[in-house]
Design a protein around this ligand. Structure first.
Ligand SMILES: [Zn+2]
Length: 224
């Protein structure tokens, strides 16, 4: 199969850098996790199967259609690419998808509880649209069908007994949602561990932050 064309070199490098960051923060283990970016209406570039996110190179990336058919790349895409495709199909505004297994987030995904919400401006900004998907075998059509059904409008998707998927209008936004979720789960864990009770943002503060958020998400230049 042909290597990826030069016009996609920048996207391949960007995914490589975020993959290394994801691995260095301990958000993935072994061959776990994957990242994709939408290149056009129906093509995406993504990380390959069976590789540590700490050792990826730009030339390892794979370009495929939104049906999952490979167009370019020496490697093959992960079977979990089906879940990314499900997110893109049900959210046309999604430009990038990040899937990881961050430990504090997983500690909630592996139980029946959820982290505290609305404790900070960052949480309200990045995490207010979360959905929870029950455990279904990773890489299966059943899981991607369930995600396509449940995640419309939800940019933070907690996979029970598995991990986290986030998406955004850019790879940066998708990644920030992953970071914000892991941070929120870590802080929730510390508060619970100490036996304390969180103080939530007031309704007034939430409305005021909501206005700032709406004006940010209505600006097209945020994709730069
Ligand atoms: Zn996974």
């Amino acid at each position: 199969m042909n290597p990826i064309p030069n016009e996609y070199a920048e996207a391949a490098l960007e995914i490589t850098e975020y993959s290394h960051l994801m691995w260095s923060k301990g958000y993935v283990e072994a061959n776990g996790g994957n990242i994709s970016v939408r290149l056009s209406g129906d093509t995406i570039i993504t990380t390959p199967t069976m590789e540590s996110k700490g050792q990826l190179r730009p030339e390892d990336m794979v370009i495929c259609t939104l049906k999952g058919d490979k167009i370019y790349g020496k490697r093959d895409a992960s079977s979990e690419i089906k879940t990314h495709i499900a997110v893109y199909r049900s959210n046309p505004q999604a430009k990038s998808v990040v899937h990881s297994h961050p430990p504090y987030t997983c500690s909630y995904a592996f139980t029946d509880s959820l982290p505290f919400s609305f404790m900070s401006a960052e949480a309200l900004f990045w995490l207010d649209k979360m959905c929870v998907v029950p455990f279904i075998t990773p890489g299966s059509d059943e899981l991607s069908n369930e995600i396509e059904c449940l995640c419309k409008g939800s940019s933070v998707i907690l996979l029970r007994n598995h991990g986290l998927i986030t998406w955004g209008g850019s790879i940066k936004e998708a990644w920030w949602r992953t970071e914000a979720m892991e941070s929120s789960c870590k802080i929730s864990h510390i508060i619970k561990e100490r036996g304390d009770t969180p103080v939530y943002l007031s309704e007034r503060d939430r409305l005021s932050l909501q206005k700032i958020k709406e004006s940010y998400f209505n600006r097209e230049e945020r994709y730069d």
